[in-house]
Design a protein around this ligand. Structure first.
Ligand SMILES: *Cc1c(COP(=O)(O)O)cnc(C)c1O
Length: 429
């Protein structure tokens, strides 16, 4: 018997629940030891065992410039020397708010918070305070963070774990969360027809990205805009992923729909814990201190995070960034499609901007029901084959691949070559 030193993950499990601080990091759906990261640079992650990976997780979309971008690192270092938290307002918050409003004009007033969960939860509280109605309507497979109201038929980690809803959410709360199938405005209309006086808001990911990537079909978002207006409910776009990723102006400008409220996160913090909610000034002024809806935060508007966000948005504003991201994502999609086809593997590849999901499914994926028909066992084998070749995919069929501006054509071609070998291994198995 050779005595083995406990792995870092064994150590982690002794002190962290499941060895992680967020469930999907445990790699439960794909098997194998989760990676434990030592450092990251550009499109690459380096783990504690000395492995190098081409990263398609990108911190779940936050790292759109790639890791340790010099401009972002420098901004954070400079700010650290000026103080890391004031608990009072600084000009940096004004500047980031102005930048966001210039990109998303529907966001007339904004409130910074520390996580997407907090932002979505607060936006819903505001909607309920405004409409004086108790219920919200979301979509099956949509994810809006882990606040009680959202953990009903939710995507992301819940989809991965195969749990419809979370324990610990009282039935009385869950009853106030209505669900409709994504891409089905008529289902939304039927729900409004019977429960019009109960629904404060419809919250939607304008491009669903937490059941895998599912773009909106023509007319879906327009339908939601029209129905919410007709029935006096607010339309909330959760752009935590799509904001500053799909386009500089987010999905709302790409699809030309003005929501009443917008939830942002991930990219706007440049890898630091920042999120925000904002929208029409007449709605936002219902928030404390101007109005009666309460929400506060010790670290809200944190200066280190504001600097990281400002530096990130300044880079994204340069001409050609989004065109480059979209072109390389299309290159990946084309390569994967061709590789799957020649290996005889049934695959659906959904793309929106720099978001991509390869579903192991025979039929098009347009909602949560069709996403769930994917062969998840096949996905996990594919994940492990890719990992063995130095390509790190998100460890779940129901999470998007995120490209960054640091991914080169050569990186994409390497990923395609690895996929070709991985598909062949699946077909041979
Ligand atoms: C990640 C995500 C959230 C939650 O953000 P956290 O910062 O993880 O709390 C909310 N909505 C969407 C669409 C997300 O992708």
């Amino acid at each position: 018997m050779n005595e083995q030193r406990p792995s870092l993950f064994d150590r982690a499990k002794e002190v962290l629940v499941g060895g992680v601080n967020s469930p999907v990091r445990a790699f439960g759906a794909v098997g194998g030891e989760p990676v434990i990261i030592e450092r990251a640079s550009g499109a690459r992650l380096f783990d504690a065992d000395g492995n190098e990976y081409l990263d398609f997780i990108g911190s779940w979309g936050a790292m759109i410039l790639g890791h340790a971008h010099p401009a972002v690192s420098q901004a954070v270092a400079e700010q650290a020397a000026q103080g890391t938290s004031y608990g009072l307002t600084s000009e940096l918050e004004i500047e980031l708010a102005e930048t966001i409003r210039s990109a998303l004009p529907s966001v007339e007033r904004i409130r910074f918070v520390s996580s997407g969960t907090e932002a979505a939860m607060s936006a819903i509280r505001l909607a309920r305070g405004f409409a004086r109605r108790p219920a919200i309507l979301k979509f099956e497979g949509g994810y809006h963070g882990h606040a009680d109201s959202f953990l009903v038929q939710a995507g992301s980690g819940l989809a991965t774990l195969g749990i419809a809803s979370s324990a610990g959410v009282p039935a009385a709360f869950a009853a106030l969360t209505l669900n409709a199938p994504y891409n089905d405005a008529r289902a939304v209309e039927r729900i409004f027809a019977t429960r019009r006086h109960e629904i404060a808001a419809v919250i939607v990911e304008p491009v669903a990205a937490n059941m895998g990537v599912v773009p909106p079909e023509p007319g879906f978002l327009e339908g939601l805009r029209e129905l919410t207006r007709r029935y006096g409910a607010l339309l909330v776009f959760d752009e935590v992923i799509t904001g500053f990723r799909l386009a500089w102006g987010g999905a709302q400008n790409a699809y030309r729909i003005q929501p009443d409220l917008t939830v942002l996160g991930k990219i706007i913090g440049g890898g630091m814990p920042v999120a925000a909610y904002g929208g029409r000034a007449d709605l936002m002024k219902l928030m404390a201190p101007e109005g009666p809806v309460y929400q506060a935060g010790t670290l809200s508007g944190n200066p280190l995070a504001m600097r990281a966000g400002l530096a990130t948005l300044a880079e994204l504003r340069r001409p050609g960034v989004y065109e480059g991201l979209a072109a390389r994502t299309q290159r990946l999609a084309d390569g994967l499609r061709e590789a799957a086809k020649s290996a005889g593997v049934a695959a659906q590849i959904n793309v929106a901007g720099s978001l991509l999901t390869l579903f192991f499914a025979a039929e098009p994926v347009r909602d949560y029901a069709s996403a769930k028909r994917s062969d998840t066992a096949r996905f996990s084998r594919f994940f492990r084959e890719m990992r063995a070749r130095g390509i790190l995919l998100p460890p779940s069929q129901f999470e998007a691949l995120f490209l960054s501006a640091a991914h080169t054509d050569a990186d994409i071609d390497r990923a395609i070559a690895a996929a070709r070998e991985s598909f062949a291994a699946l077909a041979g198995a």
